[in-house]
Every structure is written in structure tokens, then in C-alpha cells.
Design a protein around this ligand. Sequence first.
Ligand SMILES: Nc1ncnc2c1ncn2[C@@H]1O[C@H](COP(=O)(O)OP(=O)(O)O)[C@@H](O)[C@H]1O
Ligand SMILES: [Mg+2]
Length: 389
Amino acid sequence: MHSASDPYSPGAGRTSYELAGRNALMNDFDLLISRVAAGRTDRGIVLHGLHGVGKTVLLNEFRRRAENTGFLVVSLEGRDAEGGPKAIRAKLARGLLQAGRKANSRGNTAALAAALGTIASFAAGLQVSGIDVGVGARNGRGDSGAFAVDLEETVEDTAVALAERKSALIFVVDELQSLDAGLISALLAVQHQAGQRDWPFYLIAAGLPNLPQVLNQSQRYAEGLFTYRSVGALDREDSAAALAIPAQEQGVTYDPAAMDLLLNAAGGYPYFLQEYGSAAWESAPHKRITADDAKIAVEIGRAQLDQGFFPMRWRRATKAEREFLRLMAIDGAGGSSTATLAARAGKKMTSMTMTRGSLIRKGIIYAPELGQVSFTVPGMADYVRRVSG
Ligand SMILES: Nc1ncnc2c1ncn2[C@@H]1O[C@H](COP(=O)(O)OP(=O)(O)O)[C@@H](O)[C@H]1O
Ligand SMILES: [Mg+2]
């Protein structure tokens, strides 16, 4: 079929035509919205899972729904942390200024005017200028110079003003584990205060499978602040829907044998489903995708992944890091113990700590528990074996 009509969308954060198998997660968020709109409180939401399972796409959908309801949304992502702690705090301040302006355009109140003043103070303290909220900085709020205190006052004033109109302030944070420890801890502290004092403020975040542990290590009370949802591979039925529904829309069908081949290759991972679906679309000459088409598509799809999804990470690894990844790949997808890796390398464990740390910072591996490391991407162990083979 023509690639111009390809309904699949392999790529980080690319919205898929069909968001298969995520109704329960969507309901969680809709419930939060309806509770807040009814003046009640709820918890924030934390999505955790490997790369490629569809967390960013879900967060984007949450953001869209929140904005449609008239909530104020401020977004951050882990990549913003690459500019350093100062830059990401400035981005947060800019997001608040923009949100404040938006709220103001929907009608002013005394509480909102006060909140805008606090936001202006907060932003000024972070040297952010250029976004005028139409109100001068407010003395004594958001301007102590202690970031965590100022953030809390800013969120308090904003959320309290929004509560009057049954709205809420939402921070959407992707790859939360990549933010610096100070910012994570400040965000958790604000969410904690919000819960205690009924401010409509919610942190909606996504990150790696160990994000719940990272948050608990930051603040012991983190466990009670959020609804934690693991996002993983889709089951067979939902995977089939992810392939079939976008095709159906254009009168294209899969032979059952073709469907089987593609589902086996994708292993339920949304990113892989998009990649193989797209390859099938390219490979099939007619509107019925056959097993022969699917066989070619599996080859093409795998080659695509080997040129994009996997090397995107492999290429960022140094020589020493690649050696570390090779040693990990021996253990397959289940993860490795750092003690075993050290023994395998014939080195002291401490001498591998730096490599481990830099691979974690690059987002290529993570620590599912103490003394363990795993790949952040499904299928990475096989890929590393293929390229080192
Ligand atoms: N529920 C889903 N059904 C089908 N495809 C999906 C689904 N969720 C995500 N995708 C696709 O998977 C890929 C990865 O999604 P993304 O949100 O970037 O994952 P993550 O943030 O977990 O790494 C994208 O190509 C996206 O279109
Ligand atoms: Mg993502």
C-alpha cells in the first residue's frame, strides 16, 4: 500500500491512531477530572514502565483531556533536566506564567490576581522575564529564595484561586526520574501539602519501572500520594486491535496467519506494533495483508528497529559502557546482578560503579532493585547480542 496512507506511527511520543488497551488508565484520569470538577480531591497519577510502552502518548492524552476541561496544565520532561537544575526550574516558572495568563483571560478574581502576583514573584526569583501576567510581583509570597518554599506558595495561591471555579492546576512530568533530586523532592512536598490542605493540585507523571522506588527514596510519604499504574505490553487481543483497527478504517484487513506472525514479532510492545504495522502496510500490494506480506514485514520491521529504536541508545554508549552492556546481555531480558557482572568482567564491583551510573543517567539501564540492573528497552539484550555477535 501507499506509504502516504500508512496509519501507523512508530516513534517516541507519536500519537497512535488507536490507543489500544488503555481504557482502564484513561478511566483513572477521567475519574480524577470528574472528582475535581465536583470539588472533591484525589491523588496524583504515576505511570511506570519501559521505553516504548506508550507512557508519553498517555500523558499527552491526559493533558489534552485536562485542558479541554479547563484545567491549567504545566508540562515538564526529563530531557529539560539536561540543561541543569536552573534551566528546568526556569521552564517550570515559564509554564506557570503561561498558565496564569490563560487563567486570567478567562476572568479575573481577587484570588487569581493574588496568585498571579505570587507567580510573578516566583518567576522573578528564578530570573525568568518576558512573560507579562499583567500583575506586579507580590511581596512576601513566592519570593523567599528557598525554591521548595516558593514553589509551594505559588502552587497554593494558584490552586486555591482555581478551586473557586472547580478547576485545578496539573503538572504533567514525563521521565520524572531524570529530574534532579531537589526538584523531585520539592514536587513531592507540594503534592503532600496539597493533599493535606485540599488544594486542587496534581502531579501526573511517567517514568521508568523503578520510578515508585525513586519517589519513595525521596520522600517516605510518596507511596500515599499517587495512584501508581504499571504500563506494559498489550495482551494479544489489544495488540491485534492496535494493528487491525487503523487498517480497517481504510478497508484493509489482515489474514489470520499474517496477524499471528506480526503479533509474535511485536511481543505486545506498542512501539514494535507500530513498526511492524507500518512495515506490513509498506509490504502489502493489496488490501488483504497475507502471511507472505507479513513475513517480509517482520524482516523490514526488525531492520527498522535495528536502525532506529535500539541504536539510538547503543550509539550514546562509550566503549566501556558497551562492554558493560555486553556483559548484561548475557543474562537476557531478566536483568543482571552487579556482582555477577563484576565477576564476569574480572573486576572489582566498585570499579564498575561509574559506568553503571553513566548508563543510568543516559537512560539505557535502570536499577530495578539494589544490586540489580536491567535494560530500559524491551528487546535490548537481543539487540546487543546481535550487534556484538
Ligand atoms: N496503546 C497503544 N496502542 C498502540 N500503539 C501505541 C499505544 N501506546 C503507544 N503506542 C505507540 O508506541 C510508541 C511509543 O509510545 P511512547 O508513548 O513514546 O512510549 P514511552 O513513552 O513509554 O516510551 C509510539 O509509536 C506510539 O504511537
Ligand atoms: Mg516516553
